[in-house]
Write a protein of this length. Structure first.
Ligand code: NDP
Length: 246
């Protein structure tokens, strides 16, 4: 299915995978609604997209705030008349060993990585039902497949996203024509590691990032692929890792 005139909301659009995805989808004809907390960065991205001939709106907000998400959906509908898809991409990864008890960081991960996805689904589902179909793409992680040092809580949040995606697919795809995909990337060079405060982990991350990682554009390509299949094709999982990653 072509992307022309499809209206796609992207959370975490102010950097990394979300930003690259917004550019890729807009370059291929989608109208994109950009959501994140950093409004200035979103405004700059909107300008970039428009300079390239694409269409975008800024629908800034915090994904942990249910009302803010609902407002972002309303702003998108006001601008473009509908929503065809949502990419739940916003996420945090403040890795730490459990015994350090960084409980505030655990809670943030649960709030953004899990509850943010639930808020997105509850905000957008009535619109997708109205349209008699659409797409929900959730950005999970390789962390849903295996534990890595300091990742006990992060891996748990990404496993939740992967299994929630499968439940959503089974409930929504046959009944409403809403296709659901879980994207599970390995290491991608972005700012995701900036939220790590545990020094033992930071050292390990530096070693890991010495390999040739994926780029945000590689994940944007996987998202584009998932969105452009014929309507009867649901891409369930895309598990995509750097060739060098063990
Ligand atoms: P970045 O740190 O570059 O981007 C994270 C994005 O999430 C930013 O746009 C940030 O925007 C947004 N965000 C964070 N908190 C909130 C919030 N409360 N409300 C709204 N937006 C928020 O990292 P990535 O691009 O790497 O991360 C994107 C997704 O990919 C995440 O879910 C991550 O877990 C996943 N992922 C990343 C991998 C990697 O190796 N990089 C591997 C596997 C999965 P702002 O601060 O402006 O709100």
């Amino acid at each position: 299915m072509k992307l022309e005139n499809r209206v796609i909301m992207i959370t975490g659009a102010s950097s990394g995978i979300g930003e690259a995805t917004a550019k890729k989808l807009a370059a291929n004809g989608a109208k994109v609604a950009l959501m994140a907390r950093s409004e200035d960065k979103l405004k700059e991205l909107k300008r970039d997209i428009e300079t390239q001939g694409g269409e975008a709106i800024v629908a800034s907000g915090d994904v942990t705030d249910k009302d803010a998400f609902a407002k972002a959906v309303s702003a998108t509908v006001a601008a473009y008349g509908k929503v065809d898809g949502l990419i739940n991409n916003a996420g945090l990864m403040p890795l730490s060993f459990v015994e350090k008890l960084k409980t505030d960081e655990w809670e943030k991960m649960v709030d953004v990585n899990i509850k943010g996805v639930l808020n997105g689904v509850s905000a957008v589902l009535p619109e997708l039902k109205k349209n008699k179909g659409g797409d929900i793409i959730n950005i999970s992680s390789m962390a849903a497949h295996r534990y890595f040092p300091g990742g006990a809580v992060y891996c748990a949040t990404k496993s939740a996203v992967k299994m929630f995606s499968e439940g959503l697919r089974q409930e929504l795809a046959p009944k409403y024509g809403i296709n659901v995909t879980s994207i599970e990337p390995g290491a991608v060079a972005t700012q995701l590691t900036d939220t790590i405060t545990d020094e033992d982990i930071l050292e390990k991350m530096e070693e890991m990032m010495e390999m040739e990682t994926l780029q945000s554009e590689d994940i944007a390509n996987a998202i584009y692929y998932s969105l452009t299949q014929p309507k009867h094709v649901n891409i369930n999982d895309v598990y995509i890792v750097p060739s060098e990653q063990q």
